[in-house]
Design a protein around this ligand. Structure first.
Ligand code: ZN
Length: 444
């Protein structure tokens, strides 16, 4: 995801920001829009984080994180240079599993869809907290992922999004192990697959399936600086619609169903009603991103297709938009078939190519409060964000979840010239550690 520059802005203007993240090359878009206000941190959580940070072992773990910096940076480069294209994360997953194992988790496995999971047992075992970053990048196979150094700046596709996140997760595990910190809750350290684009959150969806590992609390590392905290899930539904007919000569076969004519009718039906819904109180967007089909100016096309994206942070709004869309497509089919003078009926195929649910974890939820308190503890002004990240899935089913920043400075996510600088990057790892511990509890 690409929220670095937005996080920078959020620091400056203390706005709540809606950020759109995700997507493949054909569907990439990140459109911030300021809305709302800064929320407050309750004193009790401020105190809790401060108290936890003074714990002798936590202090030592903070120091370990600083001492590990050269190694963390070295391994960030190594991991970035292992390609992880959409649906092809295996190579990077295998290496990451090995690294987690060497760091000392109790058991490590790669699940059916390719997620790397490392379990570190807690003493109570009655709660499971996950710390996650995503393995996949948006870049196709064959992309040059060599890390180029320009002074302190590291330039490579995927270096920040989300390879740096993977290093944050791993280094937190190392700091716990080296300092023998025993948590109360079990912790799952996760490198997930399929966060980006048409991956459609398949890794995290698998983790939250019914027979999944039973995660009670979810912290994803995927984003910019320490200030930004995603507690709202921007949902999206995406479709590819294809109208199909026999096709034929524009003069000789005149009177056959025409897929393009139907598509035009569908677009008109949809955009009129979608427009009026989108002007109602809660923001909901709609977009026809691509259309295509046809062979010649004097041929009735045999197919006509479009790709449609609709988004909202409010589930009911997204559902309403979806219903308008489905109705419009079917209405156009009927209209075109009624206009037909000859030949077989027009067919339509509606394929869902993206399904990211929406929702929100309230600001007074303890995990959200701890995420804000820990950001403030490290000198940032916490800012709540709605985004499209792995947290969408737990948020949509009401499981406490936040997405926090990977730290350092960077920009250009989803581009070949993505860059990242280790500007006090250790702070974000220390923050992730203290946030995790506030959620798991410490035994010793
Ligand atoms: Zn990401």
């Amino acid at each position: 995801m690409k929220i670095t520059e937005i996080f920078k802005k959020s620091l400056l203007i203390n706005f709540l920001i809606v950020v759109f993240c995700s997507t493949s090359t054909s569907m990439a878009q990140d459109a911030p829009s300021p809305q709302g206000k800064k929320e407050g941190v309750e004193k009790k959580y401020e105190n809790e984080i401060r108290f936890l940070s003074k714990h002798r072992k936590v202090q030592k773990a903070f120091q370990t994180i600083e001492e590990l910096e050269p190694r963390t940076l070295r391994e960030l480069i190594m991991l970035t240079e292992i390609p992880a294209p959409p649906f092809k994360e295996e190579l990077r997953a295998a290496k990451y599993a090995k690294m987690l194992k060497e760091a000392g988790a109790d058991s490590i496995w790669i699940d059916e869809v390719g997620n790397v999971i490392a379990l570190r047992k807690g003493s109570s075992g009655n709660k499971t907290v996950a710390l996650d970053a995503h393995l996949d990048t948006v870049f196709p196979e064959g992309t040059d992922v060599t890390v180029k150094k320009r002074g302190d700046t590291l330039v490579a596709p995927g270096i920040g999004d989300d390879t740096r996140g993977l290093m944050v997760v791993l280094t937190v595990l190392r700091a716990l192990e080296i300092n023998n910190i025993e948590t109360m809750a079990d912790v799952l350290f996760i490198g997930s697959v399929g966060e980006e684009g048409l991956g459609d959150l398949r890794g995290v969806k698998h983790l939250f399936r019914e027979e999944g590992p039973g995660i009670d609390s979810w912290i994803a590392v995927d984003g910019g600086d320490i200030a930004g905290i995603v507690n709202g899930a921007l949902g999206s539904n995406r479709y590819r619609v294809t109208y199909k007919g026999p096709g034929g000569h524009s003069w000789g076969a005149f009177g056959l169903v025409n897929p393009h004519h139907a598509l035009g009718k569908a677009i008109r039906n949809f955009t009129i009603d979608a427009d009026s819904l989108s002007r109602s109180t809660e923001k909901v967007s709609f977009n026809i991103g691509r259309i295509g089909g046809g062979t010649s100016v004097n041929a009735i096309p045999f197919e006509s297709w479009m790709e449609v994206d609709m988004r909202s942070a409010v589930p009911e709004q997204l559902e309403k938009m979806d219903r308008i869309f489905q109705k419009s497509v079917q209405k156009a089919l009927k209209e075109e078939n009624q206009a037909k003078r000859d030949g077989p009926d027009l067919q339509v195929d509606v394929e869902m190519v993206g399904d990211r649910p929406s929702g929100k974890i309230p600001v007074d939820n303890s995990l959200v409060q701890k995420a804000m308190a820990s950001a403030a503890f490290f000198g940032a002004t916490p800012s709540l964000i709605t985004g499209s990240t792995n947290s969408n899935i737990p948020i949509s089913i009401g499981i406490p979840a936040v997405t926090i920043g990977r730290g350092g400075k960077g920009d250009g996510a989803h581009s070949l010239h993505e860059w990242w600088i280790n500007d006090e990057g250790h702070l974000s790892i220390q923050r992730a550690l203290v946030l995790l511990l506030s959620e798991t509890g410490i035994r010793n």
